[in-house]
Design a binder for this molecule. Structure first.
Ligand SMILES: [Zn+2]
Length: 183
């Protein structure tokens, strides 16, 4: 494997080394162990796009952890719980098309988006959103979700559309939430 080394002025063999470094992210000090490529001939660092992307995720995940936000890894895990693509998951949540892709690549989500994402760890919450949007989703997306959501959960909701999520709320006929006695 070779990369262009600026110091040597040509492509050279390189090796990958782990280094610990402190980064300033939005005024917060974040310690991260990142991987850099080092030229085998002169020992200077060479630019490796693939590693830069991975390092960004590591550093920003360090920040997210410090701030109590879901990390990129956790968001990916959450999405894969339901077998959805990044864009389908974003659509389900009402986010912009590329939003989940950005979060999984290190971008920092705001608190509101973090809260909505966090609620999706509950299949019941996921189902509330999926129920509303599945008619607009592709058959293959829906098939993957059906394979992931527990049968029990699907049956409960399919055959008992008025199931209460708490004592206060119930589903109305359109799948929305209505406050008992207030409609
Ligand atoms: Zn070199």
């Amino acid at each position: 494997m070779k990369l262009y080394c600026e110091k040597c002025g040509r492509v050279e063999e390189y090796q990958v080394k782990a280094i610990n470094q402190t980064f300033d992210v939005r005024g917060i000090q974040v310690d991260a162990s990142i991987n850099v490529s080092v030229c085998n001939v002169c020992g200077s660092e060479v630019f490796n796009r693939e590693l830069e992307i991975q390092n960004d995720i590591l550093v920003f995940d360090g920040y997210k952890e410090k701030k109590g936000l879901l990390t990129s890894k956790q968001i990916k895990y959450l999405r894969e719980m339901y077998g959805l693509s990044q864009s389908a998951f974003a659509r389900l949540l009402g986010f912009g098309e590329k939003t989940i892709t950005r979060y999984e690549n290190g971008s920092i989500q705001d608190d509101a988006h973090d809260n909505i994402l966090r609620l999706m760890f509950s299949e019941e919450n996921f189902f509330l959103l999926w129920r509303r949007i599945r008619k607009d989703m592709s058959d293959s997306d829906n098939k993957r979700v059906e394979a992931k959501i527990s049968k029990e959960e699907q049956t409960t909701f399919e055959y008992n559309p008025k199931i209460t999520t708490s004592l206060l709320f119930e589903m109305d006929s359109k799948g929305g939430l209505a406050v008992n006695g207030c409609n």
